[in-house]
Design a protein around this ligand. Structure first.
Ligand SMILES: Nc1ncnc2c1ncn2[C@@H]1O[C@H](COP(=O)(O)OP(=O)(O)OP(=O)(O)O)[C@@H](O)[C@H]1O
Ligand SMILES: [Mg+2]
Length: 454
């Protein structure tokens, strides 16, 4: 940038200098030619006595010194009052030499003690012969001074601009680099585990957008981390309860003096029940961990109405044991591309809830429908319903309603979380409507995913 400024400045100055001096040269040549024309008309005539006073007068007018030499280079007229050169030969001056050979010439000299001068020499031609030369010498000190002052002014201006440009580029660079530095620092802090760290960049440009994205990312990371911590603590808590029961039961066995085998059997059955519960929890946790990892499910074209029938068949004993009417009232021969095991699991968890959270003699109805793009699954019951406070949380891991929590053999609050993950994986949607004391309806929409690649 600075170099290009300097080059431009130099070029500009050369251009100005050249045009000034060229102008001056043309001017001087014109004057010299005028004098030479005049002299050639009078030389060798009776009026030649007019030559000297006219040259002297003209020299005064144009503020220059004019010398007129004969063909030998001897000065006939010197316009200066001292007439210093009159009678002397100035043949050796290069400009005179040129002029006497018939060519015009101009040169610039710095004469010590006098200053800058421009010499212009032209031949005096009479009847096609060179008969002498005219040399005009004019001071160009003022022009040189002017050029110098232009030169210095340009140097100052251009170096000023250079400094300014340099300063501005530093400023702009620091505007860009400072927020970037802050972002780098924030990224380092984040990588050390301080996930809620935010960068403070308020600009609206690309860097501002980057900082915003960064803050959003750190917020999401913090949320994910919080969720993970809660999940681990909930999971350990859930495991602790059956473990504590197993330990208490086994201790009661160790400390018992009873000889009654039935007593031991009963306690061992309780231990067995607790182990089943723990196994179920561990299986659910493993399933969730797997669902987190799997991004592309094992999709097949499946008769989903058959899968729903299987779910109903396997839950029939539970429904029977609770005297709940479990009915399928939906379309047959409905096909969709789903992961069959996961689809089964999803439907199972929701139908199981319907049975679990319904009073004796209640009803659980499973409906299935389809259109060109989607399948529609609805599971409704006329059971206990879900309170408004619990409703928004039921798809969270370990979320349980009060009734479910207080029940001795209540679930873990993982069934719906798993179902939701499976529905998300199929790019479907689940909604729930519920009223305490009246019942609950879950509605699921899954795309059939025809012609989609996996
Ligand atoms: N059909 C329903 N009627 C009333 N409440 C329900 C129904 N389905 C779910 N809930 C409420 O939502 C909570 C979460 O259900 P979810 O299936 O995730 O857990 P769970 O049934 O308690 O345990 P798990 O399914 O892990 O054995 C339940 O504890 C219950 O309070
Ligand atoms: Mg459940």
């Amino acid at each position: 940038m600075i170099i290009s400024l300097a080059v431009t400045g130099l070029y500009l100055y050369n251009y100005i200098e050249k045009s000034y001096l060229d102008n001056l040269k043309i001017n001087n040549s014109m004057q010299a030619n005028m004098v030479s024309n005049f002299v050639s008309r009078f030389v060798g005539t009776p009026s030649s006595y007019l030559i000297e006073p006219t040259i002297v007068e003209y020299a005064k007018q144009i503020n220059a010194r004019i010398l007129f030499t004969n063909i030998d280079g001897r000065v006939i007229v010197d316009s200066a009052p001292s007439k210093e050169f009159e009678g002397k030969s100035i043949k050796m001056y290069p400009d005179i030499k040129e002029a006497l050979s018939g060519k015009s010439s101009t040169s610039i000299h710095n004469i010590s003690g006098v200053g800058w001068a421009m010499y212009t020499a032209v031949p005096v031609i009479s009847k096609n012969n060179v008969v002498g030369a005219i040399l005009i010498s004019s001071s160009i000190d003022n022009v040189i001074d002017l050029l110098n002052s232009i030169k210095y002014r340009m140097i100052y201006t251009f170096s000023g601009i250079g400094v300014l440009v340099g300063f501005l580029s530093l400023l702009v660079a620091s505007f860009i680099t400072n927020p970037l530095k802050r972002l780098t620092e924030a990224a380092n802090i984040l990588s050390q585990g301080k996930l809620d760290y935010k960068v403070d960049v308020k600009s609206k440009d690309e860097i501002g957008k980057l900082a915003n994205a960064f803050n959003k990312m750190s917020y999401s990371l913090m949320k994910i981390d919080e969720e993970r911590k809660r999940f681990v603590s909930d999971a350990s808590h859930e495991l602790k309860t059956p473990l504590a029961s197993v330990k208490a039961l086994i201790e009661s066995l160790i400390n018992s003096r009873s000889q009654d085998i039935a007593f031991y059997k009963e306690i061992l059955q309780d231990v067995n029940g607790e182990i089943d519960r723990m196994t179920r929890l561990v299986n659910d946790l493993l399933e969730l961990a797997r669902l987190d990892k799997i991004k592309s499910p094992r999709i097949k074209r499946v008769e989903v109405s058959e899968v729903i029938s299987d779910v109903i068949d396997s839950l029939a004993p539970l429904a029977e044991s609770k005297n709940v009417n479990l009915t399928f009232n939906g379309k047959e021969k409905v096909f969709a591309e789903v992961d069959p095991d996961r689809f089964y699991r999803m439907a199972y968890n929701i139908v199981e809830n319907g049975i679990k959270y319904t009073y004796e003699g209640g009803n659980v109805l499973v409906g299935l429908d389809e259109d060109e793009d989607n399948i529609y699954l609805a599971i409704s019951d006329n059971g206990i319903g879900i309170s408004e406070e619990v409703l928004p949380k039921i798809f969270d891991r370990f979320a349980r309603g009060d009734t479910a929590r207080s029940k001795k053999n209540g679930g873990f609050g993982l069934g719906l979380a798993i179902a939701k993950e499976i529905i998300d994986m199929h790019e479907g949607k689940i909604t729930v409507e519920s009223k305490v004391g009246e019942g609950t309806t879950f509605k699921i929409v899954l795309p059939k995913r025809k012609n989609k690649e996996y």
